[in-house]
Design a protein around this ligand. Structure first.
Ligand SMILES: C[S@@+](CC[C@H](N)C(=O)[O-])C[C@H]1O[C@@H](n2cnc3c(N)ncnc32)[C@H](O)[C@@H]1O
Length: 232
């Protein structure tokens, strides 16, 4: 997988975990777009009585976005990187938020959920289709799955902006903070080689999701970052 084996991705995040929040915090709109994506789950009543899963929760940035739109829901964050989860668990959370160390590939018993959020996860999986089928099986009928993901392949302009931003800003900043270019060159390559918008929508449909839509992000990430919504 794009210079880093899929099995090695959570280990690479272990190494990058100490600088992760600093780097994503420097990305204008990162947290705002996560919150916008989380609203696409369509959770009513502030989440009262609902169960939500944040798959690939990392240091908890996406978990915080879920909590902001559904403060009364039970929220479970799952990640395969112990280093990222440690950073998440150290933050102050209300009692309705908990974290589980597990790979997305093995999740079959945690459900059912009223919504599942996966921010920047799907592209990192060796084989996304079985995981998407598992996610579909973990959802209650008509509950939504939201995948927030970079997808540039349908647009040469978006691809060129992504490549320029990676090589002039993201990779140099990643080297300064983590002392290694590995995860950030992988980030660049994994995005240029992953599904475009049409392919990811098709992937969701063939794994059982209906009413599939892709919503564009705002700001510099417009055309690069999309929020994919599907219904179980
Ligand atoms: C780019 S981070 C995103 C973290 C968080 N969702 C956010 O929005 O900031 C991707 C996360 O996916 C996790 N991940 C990668 N492969 C995984 C897998 N197979 N199962 C579970 N988590 C995985 C990584 O450990 C990492 O924490």
């Amino acid at each position: 997988m794009a210079g880093l084996a899929a099995d090695a991705v959570p280990g690479a995040f272990d190494l990058a975990a100490p600088g992760y929040d600093l780097l994503v915090g420097a990305n204008p709109g990162y947290h705002r777009e996560l919150r916008r994506a989380a609203t696409a789950l369509g959770i009513a009543d502030s989440g009262a009585g609902r169960r939500l899963l944040d798959l690939g929760c990392g240091t908890g940035a996406s978990t915080a976005a879920l909590l902001s739109v559904a403060p009364r829901a039970e929220i479970i964050g799952v990640d395969a990187s112990a280093g990222m989860l440690l950073r998440a668990a150290r933050k102050p959370w209300p009692d309705n938020v908990s974290f589980v160390h597990a790979r997305a590939e093995g999740l079959t018993t945690l459900g059912p959920f009223d919504g599942i959020f996966a921010a920047y996860l799907i592209r990192n999986l060796a084989d996304p289709d079985p995981v998407l089928a598992t996610i579909h099986g973990l959802l209650k009928p008509r509950a939504r799955f939201v995948a927030h993901e970079y997808s540039v392949r349908d647009s040469p302009v978006a691809g060129a902006i992504w490549t320029a931003v990676c090589w002039t800003v993201i990779i140099p900043a990643g080297v300064v903070v983590t002392r290694s270019p590995k995860l950030y060159t992988y980030l660049w390559r994994s995005v240029v080689s992953f599904d475009g918008v049409r392919a990811l929508r098709d992937r969701l449909r063939r794994n059982g999701f209906t009413d599939v839509r892709a919503l564009p992000a705002c700001g510099w990430q417009r055309g690069i970052l999309h929020t994919f919504v599907g219904q179980a």
